[in-house]
Ligand binder design. Structure first.
Ligand SMILES: Nc1ncnc2c1ncn2[C@@H]1O[C@H](COP(=O)(O)OP(=O)(O)OP(=O)(O)O)[C@@H](O)[C@H]1O
Ligand SMILES: [Mg+2]
Length: 236
């Protein structure tokens, strides 16, 4: 049995147009899998379909070998899937603690998850009762990440958490993803700062026009930027 997320031959349409074509990908537990590709390649569309925000036309999705593809979005969350959507925001008028707890409807689970979650974010722990809107952009993104792990999911899909953040703040985030994978989580990371993502990633997949054109260990790709560039340009 495969531990983690398995996507098999998935096809996704949006408004009648085929966006993702026959794509397969494994996102093993205990690894960060980096998903790269040019704007409009279909990265967010793929994550939307994995999480059940939109339906897939064809294909199968498994989490720890259990099928997810016939479940709705909430059922997938309950099966252990968490999705940090592109551009997700916090509730600025609620406190930091309220923001994080709002992601978990079960009080007991929230209490248990809160301690583990906060141990990862000392910046947030100090400011639990502050209105979230008062925090810096980077800290607000930490709230977004904290919300997404409070239920201690098996797999987390992260879409451009770094959007709008300075590179220095992005470099604060990347080690957090290493911490997550070390707890046994499977992490699928879409990231515009490819170099920062390759630093902490285990495998990287590149998709172009909805097709997977490359899948390799991050180590090799870090050394060979030209090949990454070529993949983007479609001359793999
Ligand atoms: N709601 C939608 N309805 C119709 N087409 C859509 C919709 N959302 C995205 N698309 C189209 O699907 C294709 C893939 O978009 P998607 O947002 O998945 O790409 P992406 O790889 O996440 O790009 P980016 O790096 O800019 O975030 C694009 O051609 C886009 O125009
Ligand atoms: Mg996107």
């Amino acid at each position: 049995m495969m531990k983690g997320l398995e996507i098999k031959n998935i096809c996704i349409e949006r408004s009648g147009a085929e966006i993702v074509r026959n794509l397969s990908l494994e996102v093993p537990s205990g690894e960060v899998t980096v998903l790269l590709g040019p704007n409009g390649a279909g990265k967010s569309t793929l994550l939307d379909a994995i999480s059940g925000v939109i339906p897939a036309l064809e294909g199968e999705i498994f989490l720890d070998s259990q099928p997810l593809h016939n479940l709705n979005r909430l059922q997938r969350v309950n099966a252990g899937l968490s999705y940090v959507e592109q551009g997700r925001q916090i509730f600025s008028h609620l406190t930091v603690e309220q923001n994080i707890r709002a992601a978990c409807d079960n009080q007991q689970l929230a209490d248990a998850g809160m301690a583990t979650t906060l141990s990862m974010f000392p910046e947030l722990k100090k400011r639990l009762n502050t209105a979230a809107g008062m925090l810096s952009g980077g800290e607000q993104q930490m709230i977004v990440l904290a919300r997404s792990i409070i239920k201690q999911p098996k797999v987390i899909l992260i879409d451009e958490l770094s959007l709008g953040l300075a590179p220095i703040i992005v470099s604060r985030f990347m080690p957090l993803l290493t911490e997550l994978k070390q707890t046994g989580m499977a992490v699928l990371l879409v990231e515009q700062y490819a170099n920062a993502a390759l630093e902490i990633g285990d495998h990287a997949a590149v998709i172009v026009h909805g097709e997977k054109v490359l899948y390799e260990p991050c180590d090799g790709l870090k050394q060979d930027q030209q090949r990454l560039h070529n993949a983007y340009m479609g001359s793999h």
